[in-house]
Design a protein around this ligand. Sequence first.
Ligand code: FES
Length: 98
Amino acid sequence: MLNASTQALKPIPPVGVIGQALAQTQTGRGAEGIYLCLCNAISDTQIAQAFRGGARRPRDVYASCGCRAQCGRCAADILSVMRGLSAAALAPFSNTNR
Ligand code: FES
């Protein structure tokens, strides 16, 4: 018979697309990178790929991944990653006046 303490140790089954993806890694970071959109399981790696493909808005990233925004909570994070990529792309030109 299980008591309360042994029941607390039972693993929680993965839920949804992101849960299944995270269950395949021990750290939550696998070959796909860090997941920023939990509804659509879009990672930072996929955002970078979309950016290199011309995506400049979160909706472009969703389209690149073949999905649409669900809850929209990731849009600010996706935009932040894209701004970082944009700044990194401009960095080689920022020291031209030295
Ligand atoms: S977390 Fe991206 S649409 Fe919900």
